[in-house]
Design a binder for this molecule. Sequence first.
Ligand code: HBI
Ligand code: FE
Length: 277
Amino acid sequence: MNLGRTPFDISAKTHDPNAGLRGDYAHMAADYTVPQDMTRYDAAMQDRWQRLLSRQLELLPGRACRDFIEAVTLLDMKRGIPSLDEVNAQLTARTRWTLVGVPGLLPDDVFFTHLAHRRFPVTVWLREEHEFDYIVEPDLFHDFFGHVPMLFTPVYADYLQRYGEGGLKAAALDGLGWLARLYWYTIEFGLLREDGGVRAYGAGILSSPKELVYAVESPTSRRLPFDVLEVMRTPYLIDDVQAQYFVLESFPQLLDETAPDFAPYYRSLDAEAAAHA
Ligand code: HBI
Ligand code: FE
């Protein structure tokens, strides 16, 4: 059952899959990649990058998971807007992932294909000043600061490739809506039990000043034990803090619980949804 738009289902916007998106899709390669032109980041953008970065770095201790903080230290993003090629030298050696520049959101099948080949798409443009606190589409800061550090964790890196492979299968089983929820509640808004508390590993949480505090510390945020089927049953909000979060006991749990083939999950979820229709 298609539950409607996945958060970034750009093909749903118009017949032209890239209409209404702000990136420059005119000069991309067949796989939607574009070169990252470091000369286009002017002084204002570099300054904005430093302010976005400083604000998040201050919030990380006690809220971001250990692996994320270790990778952020290694990446040393205060040197300025990172060059994907430079980071690839470290990343590829560590987990065989490669960062590729993209103009922005990609059609699901293109996105999944990159992940399935251990290529992470990173948006090459940075948000405008008026979007400092909130941006609808993922920009360079969300993608790089939020997503890239976790790619240095082998188990997470394997899960992300598995997710891409699963996405290509889900498309054939009409299970994209269910699978998008797994993406949302792990890769974007996942929490991990660590050091007797809860820490964030999801990019959407880690790149948001408000949500990083809310998800990890707020007494009103609901934190549920991670369960794949329960995650797939749970709709999500795109433009507000989440009504609930799912907490992993460990990263290996993520890999183990998503090892089975999801086709039976999709069938039972479709049946449940039909029964409640
Ligand atoms: N494209 N560049 C980019 N980044 C994403 O995070 C992304 C995407 N396309 C589709 C998508 N995410 C979601 O639909 C996932 O559920 C696949
Ligand atoms: Fe993201």
